[in-house]
Ligand binder design. Structure first.
Ligand SMILES: CC(C)(COP(=O)(O)OP(=O)(O)OC[C@H]1O[C@@H](n2cnc3c(N)ncnc32)[C@H](O)[C@@H]1O)[C@@H](O)C(=O)NCCC(=O)NCCS
Ligand SMILES: Nc1ncnc2c1ncn2[C@@H]1O[C@H](COP(=O)(O)OP(=O)(O)OP(=O)(O)O)[C@@H](O)[C@H]1O
Length: 200
């Protein structure tokens, strides 16, 4: 039996930092953000649905979806965000489940599913345990602004489109506090894996 762990957090809370550390330890990670990009590639079903819903102006000259433009629409408008989620999320969910099944068939015993909206999208039923990457609100904002070169308004729009990170703490089976150094975060990961009897 494989153990499937849902890794979640908030935007720029440190999920990729944690998943990279887990990958280095040899653990398989399925990344919802990567799959969400894949399912809207030119020619895919969700690609046409997005054009239908948001109009052809949402395309770049090379016909790919303009992610910057789409982001500036959906992170300011909840209705539009729900519309996009309704198109993209079912396709992401299907592909994630397929990849999970493939890894299980290949004999993997521990699989991480990195899903930013695990709690918001009520996807906890597809994982056995949940692991939250938490960071204080002020650090989340400054890290997001620095990483994406966002102004405060754009960064806050994204943060506010998610469940407050602090509310996710009580929903998670374990929490990694990513306020300190990456080394401190690594130690916490090792402790949780030990507590969960996962040998690496
Ligand atoms: C709006 C889009 C085009 C913006 O693309 P962009 O390249 O700027 O951002 P990227 O996809 O890398 O997402 C970065 C982070 O934003 C946050 N985020 C993305 N989509 C959403 C959403 N619908 N609601 C809340 N937060 C979101 C997540 O924390 C994610 O890790 C894109 O995020 C998208 O298609 N979102 C809908 C699909 C989705 O929910 N993806 C998240 C995981 S399934
Ligand atoms: N412990 C840390 N110390 C300093 N910087 C960090 C730490 N953890 C993450 N960061 C930085 O904060 C930013 C956000 O981290 P990361 O990309 O891992 O978050 P994420 O949760 O995967 O974000 P998203 O969901 O938005 O893709 C990155 O620039 C990363 O280098």
């Amino acid at each position: 039996m494989a153990l499937v762990i849902g890794l979640t957090g908030g935007i720029a809370s440190g999920k990729s930092t944690v998943s990279n550390l887990l990958k280095k330890m040899g653990i398989v990670v399925i990344d919802a953000d990567i799959i969400a990009r894949d399912v809207v590639e030119i020619g895919r079903e969700a690609y046409y649905q997005i054009i239908e819903a948001f109009g052809p102006d949402i395309l770049l000259p090379d016909k790919a979806i303009d992610r910057v433009k789409l982001g500036s629409i959906v992170f300011r408008d909840e209705k539009k965000r729900r519309l996009l989620n309704g198109i993209v999320h079912p396709a992401v969910r299907r592909q994630m489940l397929r990849e999970k099944d493939n890894w299980i068939t290949e004999g993997e015993t521990v699989i991480i599913m990195d899903i930013p909206l695990l709690f918001e999208s009520k996807l906890t039923s597809i994982v056995d345990r949940t692991l939250l990457v938490y960071v204080d609100a002020d650090k989340q904002l400054t890290r997001l602004m620095a990483r994406n070169n966002f102004n405060q308004e754009a960064a806050e729009a994204r943060i506010n489109s998610q469940m407050p990170l602090i509310d996710k703490i009580s929903l998670a089976d374990a929490v990694i506090y990513n306020n300190g150094t990456v080394e401190e975060t690594k130690k916490q990961i090792e402790e949780i894996l030990k507590k969960w009897d996962i040998s690496i």
